[in-house]
Design a protein around this ligand. Sequence first.
Ligand code: FAD
Length: 300
Amino acid sequence: MGMLDCAIVGGGPAGLNAALVLGRSRRNVVLFDDNRARNGVTREAHGFVTRDGIPPSEFRRIAHEELARYPTVRVKNTRVNDVRKTGSAIQLTAADGVVYQARKVILATGLKEDLPSVPGIRSFYGTSLFSCPYCDGWERKDEPLVVISESQHAFDMAKTVYAWSRDLILCTNGYFVVSREERKQLEAKNIRLYEQKIRELVGVDGQLRKVVFEDGTEERRTGGFVVSVWSYPTDFGRALGCELNEHGGIATGDFGKTSVEGVFAAGDVSNIVPAQLVVAAASGSRAAIGINSELIEEDF
Ligand SMILES: Cc1cc2nc3c(=O)[nH]c(=O)nc-3n(C[C@H](O)[C@H](O)[C@H](O)COP(=O)(O)OP(=O)(O)OC[C@H]3O[C@@H](n4cnc5c(N)ncnc54)[C@H](O)[C@@H]3O)c2cc1C
């Protein structure tokens, strides 16, 4: 295979939208994706206008159908194991051992989250426990909700979720991360604070019913929000020598350009707040336009 105009690593909304824009720009592109999207656990994605409530798998199906219209775009359902610079080009090694050369690369590998260490929490995540009120708050409005956070973001998350439901408890699962001033504010809003460890979450089919604490106290809750710790599934940005941002993601400037020539980043890997499908898709489009402009400058 000859030199690609662009390789895209990651086929979430960021990578998919980048592939669409580059395909429409007649660029020779390969999109690599091992299909382990962060929102794969959830049944419905919200807040993307014209697609509000769409199942994530359906979002991808439509995107792949649209990409299939553009003959210069190929999708490889494989993991990329290595990305490095060789002179002015970029070399990618896929999990099947095939090596690709590209003039530009977009890193759109998303992020990974570690949930609070509560037994069984995974079985509720994406069905009744979520991480983003903007994504899933509406469906849970006015319900008895729990916020679970082991970090200093506990208070801020409770304050935010309060805008969707005033029947709220905040659990820090054995950590002391709420200040005296924050405690007073929680009390004023009738948000009960539990600092003891959670013994178990009880529910059926991913739908939370109650939270049971170590001392046996039980709280009936039908859903809630958690604060996770974020990390990155791949280290390509660091390995390529890209400058990182304050979250440890890849720092980008205009049009998703990183500090390394020819390397662009889009989506959650470069921008965590806000982590949204529409924001990731938009940043993929920006990176694609940035790359196409560079290719035009280089070739005209
Ligand atoms: C439970 C949950 C619910 C959410 N709900 C919503 C919602 O309702 N609305 C909303 O707007 N947002 C929602 N989000 C956030 C949204 O899913 C993300 O912001 C968005 O998916 C980020 O897009 P991305 O393209 O950057 O990354 P991702 O969608 O995570 O895609 C990254 C892709 O890259 C692939 N990949 C990673 N490394 C490699 C590699 N080395 N080789 C090949 N492929 C690789 C992964 O397998 C994955 O498919 C939710 C997130 C979660 C966790």
